[in-house]
Write a protein that binds this ligand. Structure first.
Ligand SMILES: CC(C)(COP(=O)(O)OP(=O)(O)OC[C@H]1O[C@@H](n2cnc3c(N)ncnc32)[C@H](O)[C@@H]1OP(=O)(O)O)[C@@H](O)C(=O)NCCC(=O)NCCS
Length: 358
């Protein structure tokens, strides 16, 4: 069995992998070792496929995600199917361990050939200094986030209707890695008379002074009212938020102040692992959206010969292929329009990585 120190020595020490190792403590820790699948040539690890497993809340329903990342094969071993085999083995392991779907921080052929489709939809919204000043609330202050703020941040994050259900370790690892979604980040707390009422993770500004905000918590007033102070503290000329549907109040506030919003785009890919189990776990969402009697008539079996059946009463919608079924469930704006009652319950809510990116 490969140990974590073998991985560090053979794949991650010294080169770009070393940075990866320090940047993703969620993946690379002793407790997660059995989720790091590798091929070795002798005692040298030559291909790696890592994943974390986390519960997540999607519109009030608890589902289990496998998050895949740090996928790499040494150049001289590429094109031999190693990563493909590791992906298949990871998917089987995650399914056997109870996961409903896999979220992957990539969209290349390797994943798409195996049924991964666009996911993590969010609209980029750009905030300039003038807009931030317009929104400025002088009673809010911004200061550096510390580990003492973890409980307050976790409570704010828990207010999101779709989110990861984080072990406290995920917060602690942020203070170790100081990185979110592949970028070095600072954490800033927003306080009102000393009480934490918001937080923002701010990526280091690029050469043009543009910073990304890969995660934030708090309501539209506490977040938007602190942006001018935060931009000054971070030396950012512009901030880019990626806003989901659940962030509509913040989006409205930013747009009213003159910020530009782009069309929603996907940030990752998603692969269905256990279709009937996922559908059962989403039942509270189906009831909330379609009503008790319609939800009670819905049934979902294991796909047969790659056909996914969405049945309700006497009618059914048959979708061929894992990728098409995942898009039917999660992709916004899919054409042609879905038949009733599926147009009431789909797209199911999207999830955003934030601190859980690997
Ligand atoms: C991506 C990477 C991990 C693939 O590793 P690998 O062991 O060579 O993977 P495989 O041999 O299973 O597949 C490699 C390629 O063979 C080809 N291939 C494999 N099976 C194929 C099939 N059934 N049909 C067509 N092409 C196929 C593809 O070109 C595939 O690359 P793709 O993802 O661009 O489509 C490797 O190229 C790498 O380490 N790249 C740098 C790091 C990186 O980009 N990681 C991924 C981050 S999302």
């Amino acid at each position: 069995m490969t140990s974590l120190s073998d991985l560090v020595d053979t794949v991650f020490r010294g080169g770009p992998g070393d940075r990866m190792f320090r940047q993703y403590p969620q993946l690379f820790n002793e407790a997660n070792l059995d989720n790091l699948l590798v091929f070795a040539d002798g005692d040298r690890v030559v291909s790696h496929y890592g994943m974390t497993r986390r519960w997540a809340c999607l519109g009030g329903c608890t589902v289990q995600m496998a998050c895949a990342g740090a996928v790499a094969t040494y150049e001289d071993y590429r094109g031999k199917g190693l990563a493909t085999q590791l992906l298949e083995a990871s998917a089987t392991k995650a399914r056997n361990d109870g996961a409903d779907m896999a979220m992957i921080s990539g969209g290349r052929g390797l994943y798409r050939r195996n049924g991964a489709v666009d996911y993590g939809f969010a609209a980029p919204v750009h905030v300039g200094a003038a807009e931030a000043e317009r929104l400025h609330n002088p009673s809010l202050e911004a200061r550096e986030l510390t580990e003492n703020d973890i409980d307050a941040c976790a409570a704010l994050y828990a207010g999101r209707s779709s989110r990861f259900i984080r072990p406290v370790d995920d917060w602690q690892w942020f203070f170790q890695s100081r990185g979110v979604m592949d970028s070095p980040c600072r954490g800033l707390a927003v306080t009102d008379r000393g009480v934490v009422c918001g937080y923002l993770m701010i990526a280091e500004p690029d050469a043009a002074g543009a910073s990304r905000v890969p995660e934030f918590g708090g309501n539209d007033h506490t977040v938007s009212g602190a942006l001018a102070s935060i931009m000054r503290a971070c030396g950012s000329k512009t901030l880019r938020f990626d806003l989901q549907e659940q962030d509509a109040p913040l989006r409205t506030a930013l747009e009213r102040a003159g910020c530009r919003a782009d069309a929603p785009a996907s940030s990752c890919t998603l692969m269905l692992l256990n279709f009937p189990q996922l559908m059962e776990r989403l039942r509270p969402w189906f009831e909330a959206r379609a009503g008790l009697s319609a939800a009670r008539m819905m049934s979902f079996g294991h796909p047969e010969q790659g056909v996914f059946v969405f049945a309700c009463g006497g009618g059914e919608t048959r979708i061929e292929g894992r990728g098409a079924a995942a898009s039917f469930i999660f992709r916004p704006g899919l054409e042609p329009a879905k038949p009733h009652p599926w147009n009431r319950i789909f797209p199911a809510p999207s999830l955003w990585y934030g601190l859980n990116y690997v």
